[in-house]
Unconditional design. Structure first.
Length: 213
C-alpha cells in the first residue's frame, strides 16, 4: 500500500497530467494513454473475458473516449476508478446485445459475491459447473438487472459508477440491484442441482456475516 505522501504525490501527478491534456498539450496525450492503459486493459478483460476478438478495438475505443471526456473528471474519486467506469460504459454499449455468458466470464463470478454460503463442493469441476448454472440464471434476470448485479456485486463498481456505466440515476441502479439480487437468490434456491450441492457442501467457517459487497 502506498504511503499517504506517495498517494498525495500520485494524485498531484494525475491532476497535472489531466490539466495538460485538457489544456491541449498533444505531447501529454501519450503520457495520459500510458497512465490509463493498465486500467483500461483490466476492465475490458473483466467484462469481455480473455482472448475476445473485440479486445483491441474496445481498448482503442475506450482510450479515445477517455481523452475526449477527460475534462469531465471532477476528482470525486481516484483517476483509476473514473477510467474503469468510462471504459466499462464503452464496453457496455458495445456488448449489451450479447448473451449473458459472453460478458460475464464464469471465472469472475465467485460464490462470495452472491451473499450466500458456498454453493458448490470443494472439487473444482463441480464448482465450475455450479458457477455455470449461476451464470445461466443471470440470463433469466433480463439485461438491466443482470448487468447491474454483475457490475456491482461481482465486479465491485459503486452504485454511482453503475449508473454512469449504464446510464440513468443512482436511485434507479439501487432499485435494479435490489430486484436483481432478490430474483437471482430465488432462482438459485429453486435450482435442484444447486440446492443439492448447498446441502452437501461443508460449512464455510470463514464466511463473512454482513453480506456486504
Amino acid at each position: 500500500m502506498p504511503s499517504g505522501a506517495e498517494a498525495t504525490a500520485s494524485r498531484e501527478d494525475d491532476d497535472a497530467l489531466i490539466a495538460d491534456v485538457v489544456g491541449g498539450k498533444p505531447e501529454r496525450a501519450a503520457a495520459f494513454c500510458q497512465r490509463v492503459w493498465r486500467t483500461v486493459d483490466r476492465t475490458v478483460r473483466r467484462l469481455l473475458g480473455n482472448d475476445d476478438s473485440e479486445y483491441d478495438d474496445l481498448v482503442q475505443l475506450s482510450i479515445v473516449e477517455l481523452i475526449r471526456s477527460v475534462g469531465s473528471f471532477r476528482g470525486e474519486g481516484s483517476l483509476d476508478a473514473w477510467v474503469s467506469a468510462v471504459t466499462a460504459h464503452v464496453v457496455y454499449r458495445f456488448i449489451r446485445r450479447r448473451s449473458i455468458d459472453r460478458y460475464v466470464p464464469i471465472e469472475s463470478v465467485q460464490p462470495d459475491a452472491l451473499h450466500s454460503s458456498r454453493p458448490v463442493g470443494e472439487e473444482s469441476v463441480a464448482q465450475r459447473e455450479s458457477l455455470a448454472r449461476i451464470v445461466g440464471h443471470l440470463d433469466e434476470l433480463g439485461e438491466k438487472l443482470a448487468w447491474t448485479f454483475v457490475l456491482h456485486d461481482v465486479l465491485g463498481y459503486r452504485l454511482r459508477d453503475v449508473a454512469r456505466i449504464m446510464g440513468g440515476s443512482e436511485a434507479a441502479a439501487q432499485s435494479r440491484l435490489v430486484r436483481g439480487r432478490r430474483r437471482l437468490h430465488e432462482l438459485i434456491a429453486d435450482d435442484p442441482i444447486l440446492g443439492e450441492l448447498r446441502h452437501t457442501a461443508p460449512p464455510d467457517k470463514d464466511e463473512d456475516s454482513d453480506g456486504e459487497p
